[in-house]
Design a protein around this ligand. Structure first.
Ligand code: MF3
Ligand code: CO
Length: 260
């Protein structure tokens, strides 16, 4: 069942999405060589709490943190730890904030210090593919049109698309119908309608598309241990067109010329 949102509900989604965007802006201030992911976790928790939000990931299906940490070969759902970020790493931080009963979900992959051109290009391409997907998110199109746009963009550039994880509907719950895969055929899947709120989140690998889940039951990494990038926005379909409810602007303001 796909829940279409009223304009009043979308207004609440906008507020939750503004807060999750600011949370990633706060995280952006701390991502640097020498910083542990545990430190980032405590800053993010405090920021969400101080701004009246709820860290929706914390306790979700037993997930132990407010934010998912995706260092290098980690694709999604990594835990915070005493791992110290190193120059040349890339780290995705993916988090969901609930505000006034509605959720905003967003991910940004940061370069840590100076990062190789190879990794920067992986990140840029992944982010560009997110916007290719968003372009397709229009009334009357289908979820497969989004999926195919992401897949085509990345595969034509020599990257591979993770298939085991996908985007999703969002609203009162963090995960609602429909599933939004990053691969598929045009003209297939559910029809996109006004009032739909979805998360598009390409997870794109430098090497092969295969992933494994670590023994903690959550951490998803590439099988070949090559790096993976991940960007995510929450989007609403309004007047037939996509409105991006989350924003990378708070991150851009912090990163300045290092913004990807
Ligand atoms: N954006 C991630 C997702 O949609 C957030 C997961 S939070 C977790 O899967 F709690 F499930 F880890
Ligand atoms: Co998501």
């Amino acid at each position: 069942m796909i829940y279409l949102k009223t304009p009043e509900e979308i207004e609440k989604m906008r507020k939750a999405c503004a807060l999750v965007s600011q949370t990633l802006g706060e995280i952006a201030k701390w991502v640097a060589p020498g910083v542990t992911t545990n430190r980032i976790e405590s800053i993010a928790r405090e920021f969400i709490h101080d701004n009246g939000g709820k860290a929706a990931c914390l306790g979700y299906g037993g997930f132990p943190a407010a934010v998912c940490y995706e260092v290098n070969e980690i694709v999604v759902h990594g835990f915070p730890s005493n791992y110290t970020l190193r120059e040349g790493d890339i780290i995705g931080t993916d988090t969901v904030v609930e505000l006034d009963g509605y959720n905003g979900d967003m991910c940004y992959t940061f370069p840590v210090g100076e990062v190789s051109e190879e990794l920067l290009t992986l990140c840029r391409t992944t982010k560009e593919s997110l916007y290719k997907g968003i372009e397709q998110c229009r009334e009357g199109k289908r979820i497969g049109d989004i999926a195919n746009a992401v897949q085509t963009y990345c595969e034509h550039r020599g990257y591979s698309v993770v298939r085991e994880m996908c985007g999703h509907g969002i609203g009162r719950k963090m995960h609602e119908s429909p599933e939004v895969p990053n691969y598929g055929r045009r003209g297939t899947g559910p029809v996109i309608k006004n009032g739909m709120c979805i998360c598009i989140e390409p997870m794109i690998n430098l090497g092969s598309r295969n992933v494994v889940i670590e023994r903690d039951g959550w951490t998803c990494r590439t099988k070949d241990r090559k790096p993976s990038a991940h960007y995510e926005h929450t989007i609403a379909v309004i007047n037939g067109e996509p409105e991006i409810l989350t924003s990378f602007e708070p991150v851009a303001e912090v990163l300045k010329d290092r913004f990807i």
